[in-house]
Write a protein that binds this ligand. Structure first.
Ligand code: ASP
Length: 307
């Protein structure tokens, strides 16, 4: 068994460890833990504690992958819904689809018995409007939000405020692996923007034969390099965990145009090893790791990746 998650996972990490120890399968153990992160308003990037889009509406993204069947469920830009990772699991289990977005995802949430909640944290609402208001002239303020938003997009979008999405990777006692993600996405994102967190292969991927990977921070880069799949595919081609993570990291560093920023790659392999590397970041980020040899889960620091 192994469980790896990023630092934001703290409120749910212990729940997933307990579930894995009790014999719960990887998908369910990880979805349970991430639900506690989503419900905790102190986690300022996921669920209730997250950030709204440019027009002040919460739109959450989540993804679930079963590494044994390689089935995936994902929801993107879904309004008024928690827990979104559980909704992604419902997509995987109950629909002939992989991904639902926006109003369709909310409709499915209604059908599936999820409560509807605006989910806008008062502090997020205040910070959102304070920054936006400073960019708008009086006529634009009066017209808001019925005005072109694209001119403000580059000036206001702030991936640094969402550090991080929460990502969980795990392998249960039966050897089944899973990857689960959840986020509110970038603060002040253009409405409808999807990051990498609901995109299988970019923000998350799991294959119980080889390993699992998930990314945080600049989804606009990992979507272009299919980073999570790149890590697992490299292991399938025979590279070990370290080589696989390094190959995917080096590929990200070849991107020279578009929106560039920090990326953290989290990965585990089928033998119970793990690696967390941070690219283009100013400082290491922390993460949580647990294996059965550890008395307690441990908080550790990522490596700074040097190409
Ligand atoms: N990767 C996420 C996204 O692009 C954000 C993050 O993890 O900071 O939405």
């Amino acid at each position: 068994m192994i469980l790896l998650a990023n630092c934001e996972a703290e409120p749910g990490f212990f729940h997933s460890v307990t579930a894995l120890k009790a014999g719960t399968g990887a998908v369910d153990a990880l979805v349970e833990g991430i639900g506690h992160v989503e419900a905790d308003p102190a986690v300022r990037s996921v669920g209730y504690g997250g950030w709204p889009n440019m027009i002040g509406e919460m739109e959450c993204d989540a993804g679930v992958m079963d590494g044994t069947t390689r089935e995936v469920g994902a929801v993107g830009a879904v309004p008024r819904t928690l827990p979104v990772a559980r909704l992604a699991r419902e997509v995987m289990r109950r629909l002939p689809h992989v991904m639902l977005t926006g109003a369709g995802a909310r409709r499915f949430a209604d059908e599936s018995g999820f409560i509807s909640d605006e989910m806008l944290h008062p502090d997020s609402a205040r910070v959102w409007w304070d920054k936006l208001e400073g960019l708008l002239d009086p006529a634009q303020r009066a017209a808001f939000p019925d005005l072109p938003l694209a001119p403000f997009s580059k000036a206001i979008t702030d991936p640094e405020r969402v550090r991080d999405t929460t990502v969980f990777l795990g392998r249960d006692s039966g050897g089944d692996m899973a990857a689960v993600t959840s986020t509110s996405g970038w603060a002040w994102k253009y409405p409808g923007r999807l990051g990498d967190s609901p995109i299988p292969g970019a923000g998350f991927y799991a294959d119980s034969r080889f390993g699992a990977a998930a990314c945080t921070h600049t989804g606009e880069m990992t979507m272009r390099s299919a980073t999570a799949h790149a890590v697992v595919h490299a292991m399938q081609l025979g590279l070990d965990l370290d080589q696989a993570v390094e190959a995917a990291a080096r590929d990200l560093l070849t991107l020279e145009t578009g929106f560039l920023g920090e990326v953290v790659i989290h990965a585990i392999d089928a033998t119970g090893r793990h690696r967390v590397v941070n690219l283009l970041g100013r400082a290491p980020v922390s993460y949580w790791i647990w294996t059965p040899e550890m008395a307690e889960p441990e908080r550790r620091l990522s490596e700074q990746f040097q190409s």
